[in-house]
Write a protein of this length. Sequence first.
Length: 141
Amino acid sequence: MSRKNQILTRKTLAGLEEQMRLYPEISRLKAEALLTSELSDKHDITWWVEKDNATKMINKKISRENKAYKFYDQLEKDIDSTVSGLAPELQRIIEECFWGENKYYDWSTIGLVYLGVGTRQIYAIRYQILELFALHRGVMF
């Protein structure tokens, strides 16, 4: 895709990349959304202590309207479907460079180390990955 035909702005791409990098934290964020919702309902926090009651309350919270929980749940699904739609080589890059030990690598370094390509080529690959994610997120149609 040529640069003139790109629909996603730099700001949108940065936001999508930031969302993808949240993946390892999504379970915690979903739990926080449930807990925050529960505490905001002004319930006694001792319900977490009782195992049976906690399970019932969690299921009740999930089934009720909880926008934050639903957002993170959908984000997790969108990331999973995006990554599963990539070539194995790109899946490895996402896992190691977004969520793993090399998450501090910039895109130029990722291109050189993992694919042996230059900056321009790796940013084109980045765009393709984030474009697919944008389609799953509903940012692009």
